[in-house]
Design a protein around this ligand. Structure first.
Ligand SMILES: O=C(O)c1ccc(O)c(O)c1
Length: 267
């Protein structure tokens, strides 16, 4: 497994000085593979030009391997004003900028649910995801669907339904048990067995419901069974990225090293 992380999951720092500190902290923990989500204070790809230059400069200086970009694509609803922009400009712009740094993997969400959704909504979501995947594949990209509570890709079964309906070799899955658990607090194993053929990337975070709300915690402290996830991936000889999402609320400098210490003890 390749240990990876996300630009905003290492430190709470979103200042102009953040990237050297973020990359040093990740490297100290043996992590040099990074998914691009926040670029200092703004989300990819609508970022400050100078922040983007710093990401590239320090990325090169510290030997960081950027593998994926996560623009928050389709973290919006079918009828929302932003949907047209996501479908047209955001997907294209995200790939244009990713190409400029040699990244060929785009993370997407599965469209947020809306009260106005009806019987034909699932087919519309499938059409949007397939259209985006075809656009991406024509440019040599692969697309990874990340599950998220409140979206059409919320529970394991709903993710499976979308993955099977889109049915494209370049449309894979980001297995995020923290988010699955927030959508449906059940043990991961049943869903894992069904989703495993589609898994291209794993997002790892731990937490539990406290007073009815999901609280993210250091690895090993929550209820998502991080150790069980690692054991299952090891048993299946998973060789892809294990993306560490260590951020708690409020995010602290110690979150990343503390969760890494636990992770190392079970890897
Ligand atoms: O990419 C995101 O926007 C995002 C936000 C919150 C999460 O818990 C997550 O896994 C991803």
């Amino acid at each position: 497994m390749i240990l990876a992380t996300v630009t905003d999951e290492v430190l709470p720092d979103r200042s102009h000085d953040a990237f050297p500190r973020i990359f040093e902290t990740a490297l100290e923990q043996g992590v040099s593979t990074v998914e691009i989500r926040m670029v200092e204070a703004k989300r990819y790809p609508i970022v400050e030009a100078e922040a983007w230059d710093r990401l590239r400069k320090y990325g090169t200086e510290y030997g960081i391997n950027f593998t994926t970009v996560s623009p928050g694509l389709f973290k919006t609803g079918l009828t929302h004003d932003l949907m047209k922009i996501h479908r047209g400009q955001l997907a294209t712009m995200s790939m244009d900028l990713a190409e400029s740094i040699g990244v060929k993997t785009l993370v997407t969400f599965g469209v947020m649910r809306e009260p106005t959704d009806g019987p034909d909504s699932f087919a519309k979501v499938v059409e949007i995801l397939r259209e985006t995947t075809e656009l991406a594949a024509a440019r040599g990209f692969t697309v990874q669907l990340e599950n998220f509570p409140g979206s059409w890709a919320d529970t394991a079964d709903n993710c499976l339904a979308l993955l099977e309906a889109v049915d494209h070799p370049d449309f894979g899955y980001v297995w995020d048990v923290g988010n699955l658990y927030e959508a449906e607090p059940v043990h991961f194993m049943g869903g894992y067995q069904k989703l495993k053929p589609f898994i291209r990337n794993v997002h790892l975070k731990d937490g539990q419901f406290i007073d009815g709300r999901m609280v993210w915690q250091h690895f090993g402290k929550g209820k998502t069974d991080i150790k069980g996830q690692i054991d299952a991936l090891k048993a299946d000889n998973y060789k892809g990225t294990l993306t560490i999402e260590a951020k708690c609320e409020p995010q602290m400098d110690e979150d990343f090293p503390t969760s890494l210490q636990y992770l190392r003890s079970i890897l």
